[in-house]
Design a protein around this ligand. Structure first.
Ligand SMILES: O=C(O)Cc1cc(O)ccc1O
Ligand SMILES: [Fe+2]
Length: 466
């Protein structure tokens, strides 16, 4: 039987909202009415539940979806552990190779690797915690030059993957529908959802955060009120789209679809005769989504002083400690600075949280760009309590600036993964990638000047011990 693809991939049509209850059907009548699991679901489909939280999680946190598909996901032979792949223990980017160092780190732009697809091109750079305990984060850079095989699908049992596109376009086919993700857009693929990454316009490069704990939420807005920062209506979930290939080949005894599972940071594969992209309809609260960072409604000071960067939080995953994030995704988009009598760039600081930053494009206002600086496609890490702040030149510039209203970050966007956890860096991140800027600290802060002037007549005795 020829394989038919029902090309309902209305790629540019989405359902809008964050944390909303959505429903979508690619064929009219595919969703059962008034119940989830009829004796015979419409059109001969199977009902399958996909849980993103415990069944009994509180209502406001509960995430579950019902999928109506041609064949259930369980119909496949055993998984076999793969001896290759980006997570294998002998690889320098294995999570088993994390080292914890207090040095400030900065990386030159990471290399493109045109030989790999998205999964093979994932490089764990830093991380914390443990997916078996469902606690922690993995920070990746990725690059790829090939689409994933049309008959393959990947899922991670370890966590939700937040993808930050930096170069090139990711056309992501998920079980629940398609998401087109361009630079300045992000996507979140929840734990367990199968997907395939296509490259419609050539090579891609970007960053990703795998969240082993819970799920992302929108930050509380407190006194800001009911709008601003990332507005719920700007998040986009896919509409149902499916292929029909369910076993013509099975009858001949051959399994043609490869399912790749990331499970405790190892890859496992199995083969099955039917496409995993056979979900004709779905409804629920557990689904992938995308967001255009250009829609972020940035808030800042209109009087004086530089507020905490929490005002730039797009998504957060809160720990059990009030106001403390396991992971915040924070962006620094173009914005107007108008604060008076103020040192406008970020202050010097030491943070109990760890800060991993990347640059999607342009120049970040606290760091020089260009060769040897903080560049698009590069990254930096300021771990727990590692001092950092503007480089000496940026400091002098801002200290002496004429404080007119100023648009900073035009055509630019940096981002930060901020975590209450101390993060380790993989052997690949520290050595093999060969991108660590050895003189980062010295170049940035070696030249900070002494501006101290002892006031004339000030006492020099008891407070100034030699
Ligand atoms: O370190 C950084 O560049 C990120 C950052 C930005 C800011 O505006 C305030 C604090 C902070 O950590
Ligand atoms: Fe910082």
């Amino acid at each position: 039987m020829p394989v038919t693809t029902f090309d309902f991939k209305e790629k540019y049509r989405y359902q809008n909202g964050f944390g909303s209850y959505f429903e979508t059907e690619a064929v009219p009548g595919a969703l059962p009415v008034g119940q989830n699991s009829p004796q015979k679901p419409p059109h001969g489909l199977y009902a399958e539940k996909l849980s993103g939280t415990a069944f009994t999680a509180p209502r406001h946190e509960n995430q579950q979806s019902w999928l109506y598909r041609i064949l259930p996901s369980c119909a496949h032979p055993n998984f076999e552990e793969s001896s290759s792949g980006p997570f294998t223990a002998d690889k320098p980017y294995s999570p088993k190779k994390l080292k914890y160092v207090p040095n400030q780190l900065r990386w030159d732009p990471f290399d493109h690797n045109e030989q790999t697809d998205f999964v093979a091109g994932l490089r764990l750079t830093a991380g914390a915690g443990d997916p078996t305990l469902k606690h922690g984060v993995g920070y990746y850079v990725f690059s790829a030059g090939k689409s994933m095989e049309a008959n393959s699908a990947f899922y991670s049992a370890d966590g939700d993957l937040l993808i930050v596109a930096q170069e090139g376009v990711l056309d992501i086919r998920t079980e629940l529908g398609w998401l087109l993700v361009r630079p300045m857009e992000i996507a979140v693929i929840p734990r367990g959802v199968k997907y395939q990454v296509h490259l419609p316009s050539g090579p891609i490069r970007g960053y990703a955060l795998e969240l082993y704990s819970k799920h992302f939420t929108l930050p509380e807005l407190g006194p800001i009120g009911s709008n601003c920062l990332a507005n719920a209506r700007d998040f986009q979930a896919p509409v149902a789209s499916f292929s029909e290939d369910f076993g013509a080949t099975a009858a001949e005894g051959s399994n043609t679809y490869t399912i790749i599972s990331k499970f405790n940071n190892s890859l496992f594969t199995t083969q099955q005769a039917h496409t995993p992209f056979d979900v004709v309809a779905w409804h629920g609260t557990y689904y992938p989504y995308k967001y255009d960072l250009g829609r972020f409604n940035t808030i800042g000071s209109i009087s004086f002083d530089h507020p905490d960067p929490s005002i730039f939080t797009v998504l957060t995953c809160q720990s059990d400690q009030a106001g403390t994030a396991i992971a915040d995704f924070v962006i620094f988009p173009p914005r107007w600075l108008v604060a008076e009598n103020t040192f406008r760039p970020p202050w010097y600081h030491r943070n109990t949280m760890s800060e991993f930053m990347g640059l999607i494009g342009g120049v970040y206002d606290a760091k020089k760009g260009g060769k040897g600086g903080f560049m698009p496609g590069g990254a930096s890490l300021h771990n727990v309590m590692s001092g950092h702040g503007p480089d000496a030149a940026s400091y002098e510039g801002a200290r002496n600036a004429d404080l007119q209203p100023q648009l900073v970050g035009k055509d630019s966007c940096a981002f930060m993964f901020e975590s209450c956890l101390m993060v380790g860096v993989t052997e690949w991140g520290l050595e093999t990638c060969n991108k660590v800027q050895n003189a980062y600290n010295d170049h940035s802060w070696g030249g900070v000047k002494v501006h101290w002037k002892k006031p004339e007549g000030a006492s020099t005795d008891s407070h100034l011990l030699k």
